[in-house]
Design a protein. Structure first.
Length: 252
């Protein structure tokens, strides 16, 4: 699990997705969130509830921007709490009492204490009960699954559209439409997200930015830096220094 505190005044996030759920509280200002085909505005006192692996983008909703505190939670953790793989029904509910509790928990210094873990379980269970529904797991078309697996199999390789069309057994532009419909991204955009996730994993594990860039399929550190900053509004080095992991891991 990762905890992030951030302030944005002018930054516009490009469309991207996280492998984790993102659960945040807006402390100040307003964020405009593009999500599932619509745009929601989240003022101070709102929660931000984003499903894992779901494309979204954010920008300032007012000139002053916004501040928020985020919990990035692995799907297995929320599934354990809910008893099913949840999906959030509303991305930006205005709920000041729950937002205040989330902010207090985020600020705690004794995250591994029994009291903090009990508050974590109580708070996130309440969020799940109030704002989630059971996910409907529709199976993506086999052609899209094949392309996703092909892209994930070798992050060093940047395939051509013709190559991917051959993998999918579809005409090129039909593949593009099907892929975008299922994932919200083009194949190139999806590959970029895979590379960024791999870079995050390597940085979290303590590897250098140079190694993270090389092993995740970027041309060089500058290439990684540019896309990392555009997507996450932080440099790879800052991410590595500030990343907080496994505060609520499974019992030993």
């Amino acid at each position: 699990m990762r905890l992030v505190t951030a302030s944005f005044r002018t930054h516009h996030f490009v469309p991207h997705a996280h492998s984790e759920y993102a659960i945040a509280a807006i402390e100040r200002g307003v964020e405009a969130v593009r999500y599932r085909g619509g745009t929601e505005h989240a003022p101070a006192g709102s929660l931000l509830l984003l499903d894992a692996d779901t494309v979204h983008a954010g920008r300032p909703g007012i000139a002053e921007g916004w501040d928020y505190r985020v919990f990035y939670l692995p799907p297995a953790l929320l599934t354990e709490l809910a008893g099913y793989r949840p999906t959030f029904a509303v991305p930006t509910p205005h709920d000041p009492p729950l937002a205040r509790r989330l902010i207090r928990l985020h600020r705690r210094q004794d995250q591994s204490s029994l009291a903090a873990q009990e508050e974590f379980e109580a708070l996130f269970t309440e969020i799940l009960v109030r704002y989630t529904r059971r996910a409907i797991t529709a199976t993506p078309p086999l052609s899209v699954l094949k392309v996703r697996r092909h892209l994930a199999a070798d992050l060093q390789h940047t395939p051509s559209l013709d190559e991917l069309a051959t993998v999918a057994c579809l005409p090129r532009f039909r593949l593009l439409r099907a892929f975008r419909r299922e994932t919200g991204l083009t194949p190139h955009g999806y590959l970029l997200q895979l590379r960024l996730r791999r870079a995050q994993q390597l940085l979290t594990a303590g590897h250098t930015v140079a190694r993270a860039a090389a092993e995740s399929g970027f041309y060089d550190q500058a290439h990684l830096h540019r896309h990392f900053r555009r997507t996450f509004a932080a440099t790879p080095g800052r991410f590595a220094r500030n990343d907080v992991q496994d505060r609520y891991g499974p019992p030993a």
